[in-house]
Write a protein that binds this ligand. Structure first.
Ligand SMILES: N[C@@H](CCC(=O)N[C@@H](CS)C(=O)NCC(=O)O)C(=O)O
Length: 228
């Protein structure tokens, strides 16, 4: 059994898609980051960086102890190794898969995240920040578009690289024009049964996904959960 500490954000959907793809036994522990739940002491014991996602895996080969993990890339790699799925064992395709996974974790996540912050959440409009991160997101879309030109998936076969990139692309693609290969790949990803199930589960868990001034203040750390 695996506990998935989850909220309905791009980083949250990555392990949820992977768990749905692999058919592992899991349960979702909602962490409403718009209500400040990521700062609860019990959650910090699992995710000291106060971010979702995190997992507790109660059945790990070679140990009787549960394994606790935060950082979506570490979680996807762990689940890939545990199941032998979506992370090739052979050195060359494994390295290529991890390369694109790290590209997502180090580039797409932070840059797209900052772009959405300046475009949608920043309490004041700061054109420099919004333009800077939009341009960087656009550049990353271009890299992905070229990579997908002659292949159905990012790193050969369908893998944790695709799973890590898709939730960020589906959240932002409509804001950018002209990335036809990304659009084709994203449309294919959206049709995968595991992806459909993950987003249906997310919609059941977060029934009020709209951002209010209060949830924004909590998320940006402008107020503490108890004072909100
Ligand atoms: N590098 C981390 C990023 C995790 C992250 O930024 N999670 C966001 C949601 S997408 C979060 O928990 N935010 C809570 C907050 O900002 O207080 C990962 O890939 O897991």
């Amino acid at each position: 059994m695996i506990d998935l500490y989850f909220w309905t954000t791009p980083n949250g959907y990555k392990p949820l898609i992977m768990l749905e793809e692999t058919g592992l036994d899991y349960r979702i522990v909602p962490v409403n980051i718009s209500a400040g739940a990521q700062f609860e002491p019990e959650f910090l014991k699992i995710s000291p960086n106060n971010r979702i996602p995190a997992i507790v895996d109660y059945e790990v080969a070679g140990t009787d102890e549960p394994v606790t993990l935060f950082e979506s890339g570490a979680i996807l790699t762990h689940l890939g190794e545990k199941t032998g799925r979506f992370l090739p064992a052979a050195p060359a395709p494994r390295a290529e898969t991890l390369q694109w996974l790290f590209w997502q974790i180090g580039g797409v996540g932070p840059m797209f995240g900052q772009y959405l912050h300046f475009a949608d959440y920043a309490p004041e409009k700061i054109a420099y920040g919004e333009t800077r991160y939009r341009k960087e997101a656009e550049r990353l879309f271009g890299v992905l578009d070229r990579q997908l030109e002659n292949r159905p998936f990012v790193a050969g076969d369908y893998s944790i690289a695709d799973i890590s990139i898709y939730p960020w692309v589906c959240r932002t693609l409509e804001r950018f024009d002209g990335f036809e290969n990304v659009a084709r790949w994203s449309a294919d990803m959206a049709l995968r049964p595991a992806v459909i199930r993950a987003y249906e589960l997310g919609a059941e868990i977060n029934t009020t996904p709209t951002v209010t001034e209060q949830s924004k203040a909590l998320l940006l750390g402008l107020v503490k959960a108890s004072a909100a």
